[in-house]
Design a protein. Structure first.
Ligand code: ADP
Ligand code: MG
Length: 393
């Protein structure tokens, strides 16, 4: 069911706590990459225009529940101020008298950025005391950080349960695109799944098996599918405890008559060390001392053919050890084979986005999901705690 958004609630003069995703890379005390800050601007600007008192809260990095000077949000406050063209006040905590006073003195349309919420150990534990202290700062809660909704944290779930809670515009966009993939994709719909481990992503394939025409499986996770069918994978990354899941998925896909493309050839090496000997071999001839690190050229041809004419594509997970050329070749070739004009192409996952950028084809992508893990959990069809607490429309 669609969620209420900031447009569906009266925010004028209200104290509105907005959970944003300002988890941006910092370099030498400055924001090195500001895509996530820009993505939050529509919601923040709208709230300012409506005369709300805007209080922003985010995590940054993994500070282990204690203050870490390298992970303070001061550089974010500066960059946000430049981008939004309004003053942004920043405080050095998320709760306590200093923060309460800053909220108290906030004018309508003013912006206050709180400190990195993960300095509090209660955040990741969804501690009710921390949630209550956050709720005391606001009249309304808005979540615009899609990448957090699979986490039951205090600034995502705890506080949302204590106040009227709605979605921001970025959240709304994510939910529209991803629910569109599940409910009314234009066909044919092709899913490409790669990445290191099958255990992260088998749930998505299990849910999509009834919804797509084709599944292209590459990367480390393809090894487990190949091994589950009896192939010897040498030193390749294989999850032996997932053979049953892999086999059951393949037989469900077969029963449904959908096309599953697994690698038929692989680029293999004796180790991951740069300069180690490399060969391209048929997928059933990996060799004892060798490991599969990329899909081979024949597989690239099969994947490319399967993508021709696709009207909807969802891709998560690089098809090889793309950080280390030449094992980026398969991933780059498939990025370049993505359908352009007219097709809906959705990618998710930090490494996938990096790989597609490297391939220079970002302009073909219809939607880049801001939350890798959250988008996978969503497409698994599982409930997400951070969404469950937002009001339905
Ligand atoms: P994303 O960040 O897009 O969700 P993942 O983190 O799941 O993607 O997977 C990306 C990682 O998987 C990369 O570090 C990549 O090197 C690794 N990977 C892909 N294929 C293989 C392989 N055959 N062997 C080892 N690692 C692989
Ligand atoms: Mg990753």
């Amino acid at each position: 069911m669609p969620k209420k958004t900031v447009r569906d609630i009266d925010v004028k003069g209200k104290r509105v706590l907005v959970r944003v995703d300002f988890n941006v890379p910092l370099k030498a005390g400055k924001v090195a990459e500001d895509t996530r800050i820009k993505a939050a601007l529509p919601t923040i600007s709208y709230l300012c225009e409506q005369g709300a008192k805007v209080i922003l809260i985010s995590h940054l990095g993994r500070p282990k529940g204690a203050p870490d000077d390298g992970l303070r949000l001061d550089p974010v406050a500066i960059r946000l101020g430049e981008l939004i063209g309004r003053p942004v006040r920043k405080v050095d905590d998320c709760t306590g008298p200093e923060v309460e006073a800053a909220v108290e003195s906030l004018d309508a349309s003013g912006i206050l950025l709180l400190e990195n919420i993960r300095f509090h150990p209660g955040e990741t534990k969804n501690d009710p005391h921390l949630s209550q202290r956050l709720a005391a700062l606001c009249d309304i809660f808005v979540n615009d950080a899609f990448g957090t909704v699979h986490r039951a944290h205090a600034s995502v779930v705890g506080v949302a349960a204590l106040r009227p809670a709605v979605a921001g515009f970025l959240m709304k966009k994510e939910l529209e695109v991803l629910s569109g993939l599940l409910s009314r994709p234009e066909r044919p719909f092709v899913v490409i799944i790669g990445g290191a481990k099958i255990s992260d992503k088998i749930g998505v394939l299990e849910n999509l098996v009834d919804r797509v025409e084709k599944m292209l499986i590459g990367g480390g996770m393809a090894n487990t599918f190949l091994a589950a069918q009896g192939q010897k994978m040498g030193l390749s990354l294989v999850e032996t405890d997932r053979f049953a899941a892999a086999r059951s998925l393949l037989s469900r896909a077969k029963a449904r008559g959908l096309q599953v493309v697994l690698p038929v050839d692989l680029a293999v090496a004796e180790s991951q060390a740069p300069g180690a000997p490399i060969r391209v071999v048929p997928a059933d001839a990996v060799g004892e001392g060798w490991m599969a690190l990329d899909i081979g050229p024949e597989t690239v041809r099969l994947f490319t053919a399967a993508l021709a004419g696709a009207k909807t594509v969802f891709w998560n997970g690089p098809l090889g050890l793309f950080e280390q050329p030449p094992f980026d070749a398969g991933t780059i070739a498939i990025a370049q084979a993505l359908p352009g004009n007219g097709a809906t192409t959705v990618i998710g996952g930090g490494d996938t986005v990096r790989a597609v950028k490297r391939a220079g084809v970002m302009e073909k992508i219809t939607h880049v999901s801001t939350g890798g893990g959250a988008s996978l959990r969503f497409l698994e069809g599982k409930g997400l705690p951070g969404l469950a607490v937002l009001q339905d429309k």
